[in-house]
Design a binder for this molecule. Structure first.
Ligand SMILES: C[S@@+](CC[C@H](N)C(=O)[O-])C[C@H]1O[C@@H](n2cnc3c(N)ncnc32)[C@H](O)[C@@H]1O
Length: 269
């Protein structure tokens, strides 16, 4: 990754395979419903930015079989898993490319719609992002965005989860990122004069299975080291939070909700 994008905090490739699969099992049904409702049925070119392991990119290609779908990601390790998924799912109308969304648009045709999920929270440079993304989009085309807002929650409430939320937000705001993305994103898109907000909705998944509930500790595991190295908590406190999150995840007493997502449909003017 180049210096512009060193803000990407999480692991990539096989090291994040299980967490992204869990994430997909939680969010893909809501995302697919959103995309079915808002992607143009006659689309010929679609782009999935920051496509991760490419499972939604492949789903889009199957659901919109007359379109060519481009999956773009910064990480070669992610792209190699995308390629494995493309072959395993036997999808003929998708291709994956290395691209940093903070660089000028790559040499691919302008799209009828550009989609991203769980990407803007990892980027400091929203002005550059929107400038580049709008260049990738045909005039009148759609920009579909799904980004999360904090907090994770559980009932009954548990102080370890409250503390994990607070630490996650402290870490990312220290890094100049907005993991609690919905409020800043809402303000940002309404101030843009190059787009119109056509539609919006929210999805609020519940973590229904033990595997889905593992998202709590899997997510915290990824920020454990940066939290300690930036002095936001001690290693001992981080270990204790991790153990308590694992307990919440395994105890049927707790009903757990993950981050809610805002779903935005913007139209390029
Ligand atoms: C949390 S993952 C989300 C993956 C996928 N969109 C999903 O929802 O499953 C974020 C992805 O964005 C990619 N990414 C981060 N910064 C990027 C950048 N500047 N340009 C392109 N991709 C980027 C990461 O490599 C990672 O695969």
């Amino acid at each position: 990754m180049d210096s512009q994008s060193q803000s990407y905090l999480l692991r990539v490739g096989d090291a994040d395979r299980e967490r992204l699969e869990v994430l997909a099992s939680i969010y893909d049904p809501g995302s697919q419903d959103f995309l079915q409702r808002h992607l143009p049925a006659q689309a010929r070119t679609l782009i999935d930015l920051g496509c991760g392991h490419g499972q939604l990119t492949c789903w889009m290609a199957k659901a919109f079989s007359r379109a060519w779908v481009y999956g773009l990601d910064l990480s070669d390790e992610q792209l190699s898993i995308c390629e494995q998924n493309r072959v395993a799912l036997d999808v003929p109308n998708v291709s994956f490319h290395r691209h940093d969304v903070l660089d000028p648009a790559p040499d691919i045709p302008q799209a009828d719609a550009v989609y991203c999920r769980y990407l803007l929270l990892h980027l400091r440079e929203w002005n550059t992002f929107f400038h580049n993304v709008l260049a990738l989009c045909k005039p009148g085309g759609s920009l579909l965005i799904e980004e999360p807002g904090f907090p994770f929650f559980c009932y009954p409430r548990h102080e370890a989860l409250d503390r994990a939320n607070a630490l996650g937000q402290a870490l990312t705001s220290r890094m100049g990122l907005r993991f609690d993305c919905i409020d800043p994103l809402w303000r940002y898109v309404h101030a843009l004069d190059s787009v119109r907000v056509k539609a919006y909705s929210f999805s609020q998944p519940i973590l229904a299975t033990d595997r889905q509930k593992s998202l709590l500790w899997r997510s915290f595991t990824q920020i454990h080291q940066p939290l300690v190295s930036m002095g936001l908590c001690t290693g001992q406190e981080a270990d204790s939070i991790l153990a308590q999150l694992a307990h919440i995840a395994g105890d049927p007493l707790y009903v757990v909700g993950t981050l809610r997502m805002v779903q935005l449909h913007l139209v390029k003017l």
